[in-house]
Design a protein around this ligand. Structure first.
Ligand SMILES: Cc1cc2nc3c(=O)[nH]c(=O)nc-3n(C[C@H](O)[C@H](O)[C@H](O)COP(=O)(O)O)c2cc1C
Length: 489
């Protein structure tokens, strides 16, 4: 019988839920989830920093295709690490017709992250992707599957086609994934293609199909996922708008409060009885980071909860120490402020931002940073008049964005999350003029409640403390039931 986790440590990109955090949580028998977002970029930066603890090397040594591992090591490893004032190397941005090196970086980096998270125990580990970051999906998922990932979790969009991709890749079949392309002509091939045979060295390795959990925000989306997905959906994560990271926009016409935050109403409320009736395991997320809420969710029939913010501040997370301690101090004082920014993310989804001095949450920092787009994970793909594809980001220089057919009003207030999120975890890009990319921390509305995990006199806590505390009022409740699997479409 399969035992389901009561606690899922949510995926937190970029690199906040890294292999260390996920390994710690999975070792406890709960589900640790690494973030798969922009891992290719993070991998290059870890190698450029000299891989000081040797973890990347260890992962590469276990990678089943040694020639590919060697190519990447030879190109990106900097012995002793790059000088602090040197910029990180750049890699070509993702595009519909991917460059082989970029695909290889995705396969390898996703393999290594999952491999490391699985070291030293036999429990499952998950990987999280954002549906909106579409181009790296196939190669990234394949890399994670080569390392034996147990669960794939995906939200920030409607990941209807991922279950079928998991089936295809588990069978080592060529797979494809349709990109959302603005202005695509009927019949235009908008699919990303990936054939494992093009990358494998030696015989095809045996792979098993990970479980798939869709992250959704409403009963309607939950039902859509189960009815229309291209393969089996093994469970649902129901994320409310107080969760950290990106949030689903409110249903209906977007209305903003006086301070500029999206207003959520009755229509955004989740009906838990309706979820139970769907007959698949579900986990509640968004404000469930305390023992009382965990118990409440279990009593209401959830298999458990997914928690992010509480884990983001644990010692094991990838968040920069200075950012962790400044925000923890605010949480202890009860003065942490989180703003749901309707504009910041180029995806157009609301994005939660912790208000923090010297970070990109401050208008003067945003102004000084200006507009640069050199990573491009959140670019929108559009069809050009000659039947080709173009890419634009609402946070790139406005003139470029408009030249590519973007509307100037869509560029207002957008921020470069790609660079900011890498800065959050200590891999900030250095610009030619010596300036350093500013951080922009995302956390849930419950920021101040993380103070509960600090033992008296201590200024840090472990993910182990979080898991123990979350489960402390639920010991008497039975383990979650074996899932009733949703019908395949
Ligand atoms: C720092 C941070 C980064 C996050 N990044 C992602 C992400 O990359 N993908 C995703 O699906 N959810 C992301 N989330 C959401 C979490 O996985 C989780 O669902 C959410 O944090 C739960 O709500 P809570 O913050 O109230 O615990 C992020 C949350 C935080 C705090």
């Amino acid at each position: 019988m399969m035992q389901l986790p009561k606690i899922i440590q949510g995926g937190m990109g970029v690199g906040v839920s890294n292999w260390r955090l996920a390994q710690t949580v999975s070792k406890l028998g709960q589900l640790g989830v690494v973030s798969g977002t922009a891992l290719d970029q993070l991998f290059v930066r870890r190698l450029a920093d000299g891989d000081k603890d040797g973890a990347m090397r260890r992962g590469l040594d276990a990678f089943p295709f040694p020639d590919m591992a060697k190519r990447i090591w030879d190109e990106f490893f900097v012995p002793g690490g790059k000088a602090a004032n040197q910029p990180y190397p750049t890699t070509p941005m993702h595009q519909k017709r991917e460059i082989r090196k970029v695909v290889e970086l995705c396969i390898v980096s996703n393999f290594v992250e999952v491999f490391l998270a699985r070291e030293g125990h036999k429990n499952p580990v998950g990987i999280n992707f954002l549906e909106k970051v579409q181009m790296p999906h196939l190669s990234s998922i394949y890399g994670a599957m080569l390392a034996g990932v147990g669960y794939v979790l995906m939200g920030a969009g409607i990941p209807l086609h991922i279950p079928g991709v998991l089936d295809a890749l588990a069978a080592q079949h060529p797979s494809e994934y349709n990109l959302s392309v603005t202005g695509a002509q009927p019949g235009q091939d908008v699919a990303m293609h990936f054939n494992p045979a093009d990358y494998v060295e030696g015989p095809l390795p045996l792979l098993s199909r990970p479980r798939f959990l869709a992250i959704v925000s409403s009963n309607t989306l939950a039902t859509t996922m189960l009815r229309r997905a291209s393969g089996r959906v093994d469970g649902l994560i129901i994320e409310t708008p107080i969760a950290g990271g990106h949030n689903a926009p409110p249903r209906g016409k977007l209305q903003l409060s006086a301070s500029g935050e999206p207003i959520y109403g009755e229509r955004d409320r989740v009906d838990i009885a309706g979820l139970r009736a769907l007959g698949v395991p579900f986990w509640m997320a968004g404000g469930y980071g305390n023992a009382k809420m965990v118990r409440e969710a279990l009593e209401q029939g959830a298999a458990g909860v997914q928690v992010g913010t509480a884990f983001a501040f644990s010692r094991e997370s990838g968040l920069r120490e200075d950012l962790k301690s400044s925000l923890l101090a605010k949480a202890v004082a009860g003065t942490g402020v989180v703003f749901t920014d309707a504009l910041a993310s180029p995806t157009g989804f609301p994005f939660k931002v912790a208000i923090l001095e010297n970070s990109y949450s401050q208008p003067e920092v945003a102004e000084k940073r200006g507009r640069i787009c050199d990573l491009g994970y959140l670019r929108e793909t559009y069809a050009t008049e000659d039947g080709k594809f173009g890419y634009r980001c609402a946070a790139e220089p406005v003139a470029n964005y408009v030249l590519k057919g973007g509307k100037p009003e869509d560029a207002v207030g957008r921020k470069c999350l790609c660079n900011a999120l890498l800065s959050n975890i200590g891999h900030a890009q250095i610009r030619k003029d010596g300036s350093v990319e500013p951080p922009l921390v995302t956390v849930g509305d419950d920021l101040n409640t993380v103070a509960q995990f600090l033992a008296p006199g201590s200024d840090s806590y472990s993910a182990v403390d979080v898991v123990k505390s979350l489960l402390s009022l639920s010991q008497d409740l039975a383990l979650p039931a074996e899932p009733v699997l949703a019908a395949t479409a």
